[in-house]
Design a protein around this ligand. Structure first.
Ligand code: ZN
Length: 332
């Protein structure tokens, strides 16, 4: 097939939109390969499972069943696995060892890495039956659902240097110092929300939360949030902050606009248009306590009755009764 020099973006989009699902298609780049060029990739990398001793821990799937981290493998081409994704793994491993201060230099790697995990989880669900005893129900996810995330998969190709995100982050990232204890598995936590596309991981002394697709809109609230938490977080506090960020993202009323520019022989460059643009519509709808309480309950596992008293009394673990930052010691 002959291609002109200027249709890389078109080909990339076509490849992603027409992706096939199978053992011979890479979950990450959506290219089709001979079986000999394919490998199986751990959605959550081996170094992470080793470091926090969570190989046999379980994680929830969308149908509320669980699967062990060990079993979360997806088909991945050798090139993505050995070249592009392993560079990102090295960066994130460095952050996990060096804490919050290392985050600024590796924002893009963290975004791509958590995206890989988030997308890899969804992708895995294409292969798993909804009900393991009744196969007629089909699998947990079907190809149509995964196709809703074509746009995100396209951005993820920045990991393969197929596109360049030029002077902007399509995401908001938050990093918090977290307390640790002697038991490795307690120093780890992961959660995500498929609807708002927010993903969070606490790995040792650093907790990362990323809003994948807000164009950086929540970053404006980061300083206020950091002021509320001058101490290293207790795991529960990390979950409370996740709930706040996920709920906030559910209130977003505008979609960031990007454009892609491609010059002959150059890697396509993506730009983001100014977030507020010309519209006067507020970026977020109004925060309300009751729906927020539902998120807080879902992500902390505490019954809503125990955290919310209508119309606006809600529990917090971030500040005390005098609105002063709260330090909660984390013990084994
Ligand atoms: Zn690949």
């Amino acid at each position: 097939m002959q291609y002109s020099q200027c249709d890389r973006i078109e080909r990339l989009r076509e490849r992603i939109e027409n992706r096939k699902i199978g053992d011979d298609v890479c979950f990450f780049c959506a290219n089709h390969y001979e079986k000999s060029s394919m490998s199986m990739e751990h959605v959550f990398p081996r170094w992470l499972l080793e470091k926090f001793n969570i190989w046999d821990d379980k994680i929830f799937l969308l149908n509320k069943t669980t699967i062990s981290y060990r079993q979360l493998l997806v088909p991945c081409c050798v090139q993505c696995n050995n070249k592009h994704l392993s560079k990102i793994e090295r960066d994130v491993k460095f952050v996990s060892e060096n804490g919050v201060k290392a985050v600024a230099d590796f924002k893009l790697s963290l975004f791509l890495w958590l995206s890989k995990i988030w997308y890899g989880m969804l992708y895995k669900e294409l292969f798993l039956p909804y009900d393991r005893s009744i196969h007629e129900f089909g699998n947990i996810l079907d190809g149509e659902i995964i196709n809703q995330y074509c746009d995100h998969l396209e951005l993820m190709q920045a990991a393969r240097d197929e596109i360049i995100l030029k002077d902007f982050d399509p995401f908001s990232i938050f990093a918090f110092e977290c307390q640790t204890v002697d038991t490795p598995s307690l120093n780890y936590d992961y959660l995500d929300d498929a609807i708002t596309m927010v993903s969070a991981m606490r790995m040792g002394k650093v907790g990362i939360i990323i809003v994948f697709q807000d164009g950086g809109a929540q970053r404006g609230f980061a300083d206020a949030l950091y002021k509320e938490v001058p101490y290293p977080l207790h795991p529960f506090q990390f979950r409370e902050i996740c709930s706040k960020i996920i709920y906030k993202e559910s209130l977003r009323d505008r979609t960031p606009k990007r454009m892609a520019i491609e010059a002959p022989g150059q890697i396509p460059q993506y730009y983001q248009l100014p977030l507020l643009g010309l519209s006067l519509k507020p970026y977020y709808r109004t925060w309300e306590m009751e729906p927020y309480a539902k998120y807080l309950s879902a992500y902390t596992g505490i019954d809503i009755k125990d955290i919310y008293k209508p119309p606006d009394k809600i529990r917090t673990w971030l500040v005390d009764g005098n609105n002063q930052p709260l330090y909660i010691p984390f013990t084994n």
